[in-house]
Design a protein around this ligand. Structure first.
Ligand code: SF4
Length: 95
């Protein structure tokens, strides 16, 4: 089986969630997906931010990270630190 070269190929080969097939970043080669994982203190590139801003599955992407407690990377255009802050805020509201 050939190695998948982008998200669309992974989706075809696996049982990845359906929303990924509509992702704005879905046609990017796998080696470009690291643009969504930036070092602490650095911002998302303009290109990546624009993809997330126009992505039709932003909500699903963010939910994916939040429900799985994914620590790194921008999901739904939201930084890891913002997700942590939101989680703390939500937790404080329920305490
Ligand atoms: S919100 Fe951004 S990272 Fe998430 S699927 Fe869309 S383009 Fe990709």
């Amino acid at each position: 089986m050939p190695r998948p070269s982008d998200l669309a190929a992974i989706i075809e080969q696996g049982d990845t969630e359906h929303w990924v097939s509509r992702a704005a970043c879905g046609d990017l080669p796998l080696d470009r997906l690291d643009m969504f994982f930036v070092d602490a203190g650095r911002s998302l590139s303009k290109e990546a931010a624009a993809l997330c801003r126009t992505c039709p599955v932003r909500t699903e992407c963010l939910d994916h990270a939040e429900t799985r407690d994914i620590a790194g990377g921008y999901f739904g255009g939201v930084s890891p630190s913002k997700r942590r802050a939101d989680r703390r805020h939500d937790q404080a509201a329920t305490d």
